[in-house]
Design a binder for this molecule. Structure first.
Ligand SMILES: Cc1ncc(COP(=O)(O)O)c(C=O)c1O
Length: 419
């Protein structure tokens, strides 16, 4: 029984007590009882450049000394302007406007509302359903849960979630079938949008799929008046080897949702981008066609300041080199662990490596091996939060070769662990 008053999120892993972090630096987290832990999952996929980064710290202090927050309706500030400008330049799609929110879930929520109201404002009110991938995860608010796969996690709310059409993740085996059923769903004429994580489904177990398969679906969507929403909350900012996973697509999405790495893992911030054409449907002179959405901390100046600095770092030669060497090191680890009989379904893309520990139980989030695996890695000073029996690495880009070699050694040690 914990004496603390804090209710922690996702407290599904059995632990004696929550580890208390007192300091963090680079890839390391330091606990109050002296443990030094490698953050191999970038603290829930947010950290890009390492903890306690001098450049990001400086950006934050600089802004604190000016002002920390103002409302964003009727007001603006320099870093929100710079960040929007930069994002519109680098987002691989028609990004003309940036709408700010607080986190990944709200960035998705905004994308869904924006799409629905776009069709509503245009008088096409029958278009109010979304298509998403089975097992998708897009956040924990009601809209984002509604476009997420149905699972025991959202079963309590099932009757309150809006109806979504789910399709299988495409593969070489099913792509014809998936695109046929996608086409049929769209032919109903009531689909507002298609939401997807490009190339890697994060919370579903870092499951990867081909750009050419997604392109095939996007082509159908684009030819049939369906808004394509790229949820790059996890894949954005270099994780798949390119700044955005959608850069690897031929057909570019209409709306992007970004968060997590946006501030380099410093502060919560979400953005949703859209084209001028979408924006125009909300600015027709008709008051009731406005987008009535906004959060108190919208475009928080501290978060925007650190996001501008993080983006600059990301584009530097040094960090681009780190991203490439991380990707090639993970390719090597993939080869090594693929040869070990205890692992299966080893997948790699850019700075993400995922693999499952073979066992007799169904390979899903509820697989009880997650406790044993979590504690095994922690006992070796590595933070890795398995999704059931599925493990993944998604470290900050500054991780060194020695640290990756050590992680590989510990993964291979699982052969003797006999869970
Ligand atoms: C792809 C994706 N979308 C949305 C979210 C929700 O983001 P947040 O936890 O910041 O609300 C997540 C979180 O893991 C995510 O991975």
């Amino acid at each position: 029984m914990h004496s603390t008053k804090v209710w922690h999120p996702f407290d599904v892993i059995e632990i004696e007590k929550n580890l208390k972090i007192v300091h963090a630096e680079g890839v390391f987290l330091y606990t109050s009882d002296g443990q030094k832990i490698i953050d191999a999952i970038s603290s829930w996929w947010v950290n890009l450049h390492g903890h306690n980064h001098p450049v990001l710290n400086q950006a934050l202090f600089g802004q604190i000394n000016l002002f920390s927050h103002t409302l964003f309706a009727g007001f603006t500030h320099e870093n929100a302007e710079i960040l929007s400008q930069k994002l519109c330049e680098i987002i691989p799609g028609k990004a003309d406007k940036i709408f700010f929110s607080d986190d990944g879930s709200t960035a998705v929520e905004v994308a869904l509302k924006m799409s629905l109201q776009y069709w509503y404002n245009k008088g096409q009110r029958q278009k109010k359903k979304f298509i998403a991938f089975k097992d998708a995860y897009h956040g924990d608010t009601f809209g984002s849960m509604s476009v997420g796969g149905r699972s025991p996690f959202n079963a309590a709310f099932d009757n309150l979630l809006f109806e979504t059409e789910f399709i299988e993740l495409p593969s070489n085996d099913n792509i014809n079938r998936v695109s046929d059923s996608f086409h049929q769903l769209i032919a109903s004429g009531n689909i507002a949008g298609f939401i997807f994580e490009p190339l890697v489904q994060g919370a579903a177990g870092m499951r990867m799929y081909k750009a050419e398969h997604l392109d095939r679906l996007l082509n159908i969507a684009k030819n049939n008046e369906v808004i394509c929403i790229s949820d790059e909350v996890m894949t954005g900012f270099g994780r798949t080897g390119t700044t955005f996973a959608s850069e690897q697509l031929q057909i570019k999405p209409d709306i992007f949702c970004l968060s997590k790495g946006l501030t380099g893992g410093y502060l919560p911030l979400g953005v949703t981008s859209c084209s001028q054409e979408i924006y125009n449907q909300f600015h027709t002179g008709d008051y009731f066609k406005n987008f009535f959405h906004g959060h108190s901390y919208t475009a928080n100046p501290l978060a925007c300041a650190v996001a501008v600095a993080s983006l600059k770092l990301l584009q530097s030669e040094e960090v681009q080199t780190q991203i490439h060497s991380l990707a090639s090191h993970l390719t090597e680890i993939k080869i090594v662990i693929s040869e070990e009989g205890v692992f299966e379904d080893v997948q790699h893309k850019g700075g993400i490596l995922s693999f499952s520990y073979k066992n007799n139980l169904p390979s899903n989030y509820s697989n009880p091996l997650r406790n044993k695996l979590y504690h095994y890695f922690l006992s070796k000073n590595i933070l890795l939060r398995p999704l059931g029996n599925r493990m993944y690495l998604i470290p900050p880009y500054c991780i060194s070769k020695d640290e990756l070699n050590y992680i590989q050694e510990v993964i291979l040690g699982l052969k003797e662990a006999r869970f």
